[in-house]
Design a protein. Sequence first.
Length: 353
Amino acid sequence: MSSVSAAAAAKDCAVEFTGTKSGYFKLWFVNLLLSILTLGIYSAWAKVRNNQYLYGHTQVDGHRLSYLAQPLQILRGRILAIVVFGGLYLVGTLMPLLLAVFFIGYIFLLPWLIGQGLRFTLRMTAYRNVRFSFTGSYGDLFVHFVLLPMVAVFTMYLTAPWIHKQIIEFMHKSITYGGKPMKVSLRTGRFYWAAFCALGSFLILSLTLGFLVGAGVGISALEDEIPGFVQNGAVLLFPLVYLGMAFVAGVYAAIVRNHLLESLRIDELVSFRSNLDVVGYSWLLATNLLLLIVTLGLAFPITRVRKIRYLCEHTRVFLTPAINDIHNTVDEQHSAFGEEAAGLFDTDFSVAG
């Protein structure tokens, strides 16, 4: 089937998320308590249950996503990761020279960890009983996650939008669904435009905040309350700065996501569209952060459901009839060590929001 005829026959489908804030909060909170009571052992079951809830409540064309990892898989990988890296760190503290060697070695290990984390998460994700997979090589991972970030530093981050575009393009081109590769062709200019808009919003927010601070100082001077204003203002300033950063990040992320999904397709089977409102998404991220600050992190499940639902509501998926002929080509046996080891260093990867 040609790409033109396939596009004409594609079915326009909404991405539906049926989970609720209260439902996920109850599950998450119980899992958190059990993880604490079992000194972290139950956290593997908690991760599976949380992901199964989020994946299972996300559906396209009447078919739900599935999270297929088993708790014991994750627990074994987690224990192995802690033993290996904990042992290396312990040896390093006794012999500082080896600690330096360990950190240098981690630079070369990082691409493998990221690749294993991506590979495990995608293999444990299925749609219509067909799994995803990741085919990126170590060499490509090293280039995109070690060398290119170094280029950004040496160019004073002027190349950061281009580097981000290269990383996103590589990651998605390395994903397959039922053996069919994802295809994407991104434009560097759109990433620089996203960075320009983010910078513009940062300047506007900074000027607004500066004006408010100046006005506050002026009013306090008239009332001889400058010390009190400075003390109270300092308390409010840091949360406002973080909220502003979340808003700015949302501006960049929304523009990039819209461009990515308009360019993304899986062979001649699936194409996507995203119509995120830049201000709306940025406001969502800022208010989510505010909820986390006010509740000391307890609102995390609520913020996650809010974000996933918003993303789903602003995403369309176009399925061609050929989607019904796809069969699973991925071996389900895969170690969770890479994902859990990556998680120890905040390089974990998740599909669901």
